[in-house]
Design a protein around this ligand. Sequence first.
Ligand code: IMP
Length: 181
Amino acid sequence: MDAYADDIEKVLIKADEIQAKLVEMGEQITRDYEGRKLLLIGVLKGAFVVMADLSRALTIHCRMDWMAVSSYGSGSQSSGVVRILKDLSTDVTGLHVLLVEDIIDTGLTLSYLVSNLRSRGPASLNVLTVFRKPEAARNPVDITYVGFDIPNEFVVGYGLDYDGLYRNLTSVGALSPHVYS
Ligand code: IMP
């Protein structure tokens, strides 16, 4: 029985397309970080899926650590005021940091994280996101690796949730209206 069958109105990006993109990004990152001390930082909760796939697409050594943040705001709107719920257990000084995000919407959360991490003195700091929405273009933060530019609609799957559900869906899709009501 497929628990998603009635809940997903349309699939935007299929599981095999996402996997192919992760392999491609992994090969690029392997080339870019050859010979460097790489630390992947995943932003919980959503990035656990991309971290698992991306890290296994790399053929260089990497360390992994996690941050959890919550954005103050009304409803689903990000405010840019961010609270750190879980901080790193790694000292990033001198490390080449790649911040791994599932999705960038307004980019406000990302802006905060980038300036916070930069102040800790990494050797370099780049950002990867699997999905990026058009709003992100208004934000000045550079994103080095982008998987897919997607339309401005709410999506779930591949780590992205609605009310804590759908993170384990292997493709990414838009929810049927009946789920919200
Ligand atoms: P930003 O600060 O507006 O870029 O918000 C980014 C965060 O909002 C992401 O890390 C997600 O947790 C959440 N988010 C934004 N868009 C979506 C979506 O379409 N589905 C699920 N979560 C989303």
